[in-house]
Design a protein around this ligand. Structure first.
Ligand code: SAM
Length: 244
């Protein structure tokens, strides 16, 4: 495991153990969720502690057009907020898998699923650069504010492409940058774990998605108000693409 990956995992282990002390903790839950980009309506039935742990930068599930019976994979599921929203949309006939490399997050998400009686969700410990998922086995992939944390983003998109069925779609909310970030930020490990230093220029990020094989790439929205104080060169985008 690389040093950055270890630091990212340590950081999210801390957040999982102590959601009260995450940077957004002073917000009330519903305001916090709205600030990230969720509609209040969507959060019905989502465990409160999953909302408390939410660390995303958008609402990819809202643009995934999920249908009853579909299978969904959430890359970097954290406390599970998007996986829970997806599980309600695909209903009992559907299936949602969340993959996250931080054991403490996976544990919290599993406890929430059990407590709330979700039977169509599974949370797996795993690395999105090497997914523990079979080829062409899921209908939809979602991911919320995770891929920026990877040092090998091309590999993440290739893995996503591998496990998605033909005709499937991917919807991602993530942080990108306006142009190249200065070296002082790129090399700042604290900025990396806070979803700043790993942000790539938007064009480079989109090219990686296309290079992995995805087509019909659309930028659905951009949000400049999403991000951390001091990270004014970064913003969040929501993108959707298909595997034909
Ligand atoms: C900013 S949080 C977002 C969590 C969740 N998607 C949400 O919206 O609340 C980033 C999550 O990605 C996970 N993560 C980061 N890099 C990962 C990797 N290479 N493989 C699997 N999970 C990863 C972290 O453990 C953490 O839970």
């Amino acid at each position: 495991m690389t040093r950055i990956k270890e630091l990212v995992r340590n950081r999210y282990a801390q957040v999982a153990g102590n959601p009260c002390c995450s940077p957004e903790a002073t917000f009330k839950l519903d305001l916090r969720a709205e600030a990230i980009g969720y509609f209040r309506e969507e959060l019905k039935g989502v465990p409160e502690s999953a909302i408390e742990l939410a660390s995303g930068c958008g609402d990819p599930t809202a643009s995934a057009e999920l249908k009853e019976g579909e299978s969904v994979l959430d890359l970097g599921s954290g406390g599970g907020i998007d996986a829970f929203i997806a599980a309600r949309k695909v209903r009992e006939k559907g299936r949602v898998i969340g993959v996250d490399m931080t054991p403490e997050m996976v544990k919290r998400a599993r406890i929430n699923a059990e407590k709330m009686g979700f039977r169509n969700i599974e949370f797996m410990l795993g690395d999105i650069e090497d997914l523990p998922i079979e080829d062409e086995s899921v209908d939809v992939i979602i991911s919320n504010c995770v891929i920026n944390l990877s040092q090998d983003k091309s590999r993440v998109f290739e893995e996503a492409y591998r496990v998605l069925k033909h005709g499937g779609r991917i919807v991602i909310s993530d942080i990108v940058s306006r142009g190249e970030l200065p070296t002082s930020i790129r090399e700042d490990v604290k900025a990396w774990v806070e979803c700043v230093a790993g942000a790539l220029p938007a064009e480079e990020y989109l090219k990686m998605i296309r290079d992995a094989g995805f087509t019909d790439l659309e930028v659905l929205s951009e949000n400049t108000a999403c991000c951390w104080p001091g990270a004014s060169d970064t913003y969040s985008v929501k993108v959707r693409a298909r595997k034909t």
